[in-house]
Structure formats: structure tokens, C-alpha cells
Design a protein around this ligand. Structure first.
Ligand SMILES: [Fe+2]
Ligand SMILES: [Fe+2]
Length: 394
């Protein structure tokens, strides 16, 4: 979404919130309400551009439009609160939306108090309820069980063998099994939906030859946690998982002696390492069934929020890394910093948290860092309640 569109969306929020307040004072038929409704529709049309619809997700007191967090403002906060009171998790508005539909939404949002039952969908304004996530299925429990078993590896032996085999196949220039990969991502997503705590499945230590495999599953789990907390679901969530699994696929084309080198790398060796996003994206472009998002994420995951990473792009403001790439950058750094490596000891959670906060706004999207740290705080609180501690925490 362009800067202009985001600005138009902020106007839409302002007019909508103002219309709801006006309905608190005057009848819905008042000309002032009609005028604000018209302005809201005009701003919405500007915000949507050519898109057939816009999806606004509520994450507690914040709103995310088409995957990007909206700047906090009084209006955004008020609308988020109204939606929360009605138990609404997301709104989809189609471009054909009519003024009577928006007026109906305004009227129902104006009903105050918790448990607002007035909110309901119309043909072009679809409201999605917040999911109730307290159902524990057998599968969910099985995944939660991984955490305490399998020496902290966190994934079943068969799945581990399957995914490692896929990686080996890529190394030998064979085709990647996207279907198999998709199944693994589905298992992780189910765990989130069933309210297990898949973060417990993160593997803190790994052998060097398993590094890319284990790192990829960890980044996948962390990305799914970020995306789920943002209310992203369905195919979009699945693609984010696949993209995370494949973000470092370009590393499989780097000679092992460079990847495993314990001494300082030469500038030429660094160049080879820095080429892995481009190599990975090129490779994935040719694999049938790989979502476009995975190609983009492989290409952008080292780009940094201020675009000072690699591959280098012109910092003209025209390039903005995809939200999945920005999430991957955080999960990637988190997992790398928390991992014991031949040349670097694993850092504890507090040290990593401090690094992420310090780099928020330069290396990382500051809003996503906050989202990530909130998830981690919740995870740690959960761990404390269940009596496990830092020794097992990711
Ligand atoms: Fe990478
Ligand atoms: Fe990575």
C-alpha cells in the first residue's frame, strides 16, 4: 500500500469515527452524518485504488490494513475499541460498498458498551469474529508434546527426515518438494490454531549440518507467531510460513567450507555469503508451486528497514520490503542470536531483546519488534505458569 493510500485510509478512519460520534448526538438521518459518510466513502475509494477490497485486521487496540500496521491515532484507537466491543477481528470492505451499508455500520458501531451485538455483515462489508482459540485437539496436544520430548528438537523424527531430505535434494540441484513443505507448515499452523504453544518447539541448539534446516523451521514458527498475533490467517498465513521455510534456500548453494569456516571470512567469501538472497530468489522463481511471497522474502530478508542491508537497492523511498520479509528479518536475527555457534555463544533472552529494541527503526520495523516482544513476553509468562524456565525457553 502506497503512502498516499495509507494517508487516505487514515482520513477514512477519521471520518468514520467522527460519523459514529455524531450519531451519538443526532439521528442517523441528520445531514452531518450523511456528509461524514460521503467523505468516508471518498477517502476509502482513494485508499483502495484499483484493489477489489480492503482488509482491516484488529490486533488488540491497533489496526492493520492489508498486512501493514496503521499509524496510531485517536481515531484508529477509537475504531479499534468499537470493533473490540463487538468482538470483531477483521473487516473486509469491497469497492462496491454503498452508502446505506456504511451508514448501517456507523449506526451499529455507535451502540456503546462491551458485547455490542448490533454489528453484522452486509453484502460489501464483511465482519469477521475473533476466533475462540481454546479448543485443544489431539493434534494440538501432540505438537505441544513435541516440546517436552525429542530432546528439545521439537518436530517428529519423520518430519525432520522429510524436510532434511528436501534440503539435500535442493543441494544436489534437484527439485524442491513444495507439497511436502506445505504439509509441515500446515502442522505448525494447526498448532497455533489449537492454542498449543509452538514456540516451545523452537530448537535452541543444533549441529552444524542441521543448521539451515533447524534455523528455517525456527524462523517459520516465529513468523507464524508474529503473523497469527496480527490476525493474519488462511492462505496468507500459509504463504508466510512457506516463505520463512525457504528464506535461506540460497545458502544451500554456498560452498560448505565457507559456511562452516570458523576463522574470519575474507571479503571475497563475504561477497559469496551476501549473494544468497539473490541466488535463493532466482532458484525459487523456477520452482513450480512456490508462492510469489517466498521469492520476495528470500530476496529481501537481509534488506533492513532502512534499506542499508543487502542486496542494495536505491534508498529513494520507492522500495519498501514486504511485511513477510520484515517479519523474517526479526525472526532470523532472533534465532541466530539465540543459537550457539562455533564462533559465537548464544545470547540470553534479555540481551537479544535489548538488541532488537536498539535496532528498532533502523534494522527492524519498530512496530513489528513490539509485536514480536509482546509474543515473547506472553510465551515466557506461560512458561512460568507451567513451571518451565529459561533453560528451555527459545
Ligand atoms: Fe539469510
Ligand atoms: Fe536466515
Amino acid at each position: 500500500m502506497s503512502v498516499d493510500c495509507r494517508e487516505a485510509l487514515q482520513h477514512f478512519m477519521r471520518h468514520l469515527a467522527a460519523a459514529v460520534s455524531t450519531v451519538g448526538l443526532y439521528p442517523i438521518t441528520h445531514s452531518q452524518v450523511g456528509h461524514l459518510c460521503e467523505q468516508a466513502l471518498a477517502s476509502l475509494a482513494d485508499a483502495m485504488g484499483e484493489a477489489p477490497e480492503i482488509k482491516i485486521i484488529r490486533i488488540d487496540d491497533e489496526l492493520v490494513a492489508d498486512g501493514l500496521p496503521l499509524e496510531r491515532s485517536m481515531y484508529v484507537g477509537r475504531l479499534a475499541e468499537m470493533l473490540k466491543n463487538g468482538g470483531v477481528g477483521h473487516i473486509r470492505i469491497r469497492r462496491q460498498v454503498a452508502d446505506h451499508e456504511l451508514l448501517a455500520l456507523i449506526a451499529s458501531l455507535a451502540k456503546k458498551g462491551k458485547g455490542n451485538k448490533e454489528l453484522c455483515s452486509t453484502e460489501n462489508i464483511r465482519l469477521g469474529q475473533v476466533e475462540v482459540r481454546n479448543v485443544r485437539t489431539e493434534e494440538g496436544m501432540k505438537i505441544a508434546g513435541w516440546a517436552s520430548g525429542a530432546a528439545g528438537v521439537g518436530i517428529s523424527a519423520e518430519e525432520m527426515a522429510l524436510f532434511m531430505e528436501m534440503y539435500e535434494n535442493v543441494s544436489r540441484r534437484k527439485r524442491l518438494d513444495v507439497v511436502g513443505l506445505s504439509e509441515i507448515v500446515t502442522v505448525f499452523i494447526d498448532a497455533f490454531v489449537n492454542d498449543a504453544d509452538p514456540l516451545l518447539a523452537l530448537a535452541p541448539l543444533r549441529a552444524m549440518d542441521e543448521y539451515t534446516y533447524t534455523h528455517s523451521t525456527n524462523v517459520c514458527i516465529l513468523n507464524l507467531a508474529q503473523a497469527t498475533a496480527m490476525g493474519i490467517e488462511g492462505a496468507q498465513l500459509h504463504d508466510i510460513g512457506i516463505a520463512a521455510m525457504l528464506h535461506d534456500v540460497g545458502k544451500l548453494f554456498i560452498p560448505e567450507q565457507i559456511l562452516n569456516k570458523t576463522e574470519k571470512l575474507t571479503p571475497a567469501e563475504w561477497d559469496i555469503i551476501r549473494r544468497h538472497p539473490v541466488t535463493g530468489a532466482h532458484y525459487l522463481l523456477d520452482v513450480p508451486g512456490v508462492p510469489r511471497l517466498a521469492v520476495v522474502t528470500a530476496f529481501e530478508h537481509h534488506m533492513r528497514y532502512d534499506l542499508r542491508g543487502y542486496p542494495r537497492v536505491k534508498a529513494s523511498g520507492a522500495w519498501r520490503p514486504n511485511i513477510a520479509s520484515q517479519m523474517t528479518a526479526i525472526s532470523d536475527s532472533y534465532d541466530t542470536l539465540r543459537t550457539e555457534r562455533v564462533y559465537c555463544r548464544a545470547k540470553d533472552f534479555q540481551a537479544v531483546e535489548a538488541i532488537l529494541r536498539r535496532q528498532a527503526g533502523s534494522q527492524f520495523n519498530p512496530w513489528l519488534v513490539e509485536n514480536f516482544l509482546r509474543i515473547m513476553a506472553r510465551h515466557h509468562a506461560r512458561e512460568e505458569r507451567s513451571g518451565t524456565g529459561e533453560a528451555k525457553s527459545p
